[in-house]
Design a binder for this molecule. Structure first.
Ligand SMILES: C[S@@+](CC[C@H](N)C(=O)[O-])C[C@H]1O[C@@H](n2cnc3c(N)ncnc32)[C@H](O)[C@@H]1O
Length: 252
């Protein structure tokens, strides 16, 4: 059987594999940031295509934060919002910004993502799937802040009630790389597909993980996993000896 990997090299490959594993081979039902539909060169188009600024007659004009669908009526959504934010005027005409649009700052980006997640949670049916394409960013000046966008999205989605099911990393083959005198951060050549499901939260206690006690067990309690000579597994309770290693590690 062909193995589907957690790293891909094209949108095509990602969409096909997400569909195979999470949508029983079906296309997505809704793409609310359809743009020109580059995603669908070799992949079936979604039933509903919409965008804030439709690029064609057959694309519905809709803000993804306020979708014109009944609650719990959509099986699956693929979301590919703008991921850049720029506040320097000179940068705002660069190719990526013109092609995909951008936000003024990180807060504006997160606000848009958060409102969209809330709306997706509303329109998705029980067990509905959301594939969220996103990218992290490093600030180009000063202290070069790292904007850990994908983690923020996971946090926000879980707050809304989504369960993270998987992550796929898409490595870009072609990348616009500006010449820089020095390099102060990694050039981002990857983006993420975060796969969320509208389902009941997994009870990690069932698999031996009890976050409140800061204790980690393996899924199979009989299978010992050692680390630095100390066991991270337990057969049942969290004795102080079992947790001390982990507590020390997490303080660092
Ligand atoms: C990165 S592009 C999507 C590219 C698309 N996946 C493709 O295959 O061509 C982002 C799109 O999100 C749209 N967009 C931005 N804000 C939006 C909003 N609030 N509601 C709906 N669409 C929005 C933009 O108009 C743009 O077309």
């Amino acid at each position: 059987m062909e193995q589907i990997l957690s790293v891909t090299y094209s949108n095509d490959e990602s969409l096909k594999s997400i569909s195979k594993i999470f949508l029983k081979g079906e296309p997505f039902e809704l793409d609310p940031t359809y743009s020109k539909g580059v995603f669908y060169k070799n992949f079936p188009k979604p039933k509903y295509k919409s965008d804030l600024i439709p690029q064609d007659k057959d694309i519905l004009k809709m803000d993804c934060r306020e979708l014109n669908f009944e609650s719990s009526s959509i099986k699956s959504i693929i979301f590919d919002p703008p991921f850049l934010f720029r506040n320097q005027k000179s940068n705002n005409n660069d190719k990526m910004c013109v092609r995909f649009s951008y936000f003024k700052n990180f807060k504006e980006l997160l606000n848009m993502y958060e409102s969209s997640l809330k709306e997706f949670y509303r329109v998705l049916e029980k067990n509905g799937i959301l594939a969220f394409k996103c990218q992290d960013m490093t600030g180009g000046s000063g202290s070069r802040p790292f904007f850990n966008t994908h983690s923020k999205i996971i946090e926000m989605a879980e707050e809304k009630g989504f369960v993270l099911k998987d992550i796929q990393i898409l490595v870009t083959k072609r990348k616009i790389i500006r010449k820089a005198k020095e390099q102060g951060c990694f050039r981002k050549v990857h983006s993420y597909f975060l796969i969320f499901k509208k389902q009941k939260k997994h009870n990690y206690k069932d698999s031996g993980f009890n976050d409140s006690e800061n204790t980690v067990f393996t899924e199979n309690n009989n299978q010992q996993e050692s680390n630095g000579g100390r066991s991270l597994t337990s057969n049942n309770t969290s004795s102080p000896a079992d947790t001390s290693y982990f507590n020390e590690e997490t303080k660092k």
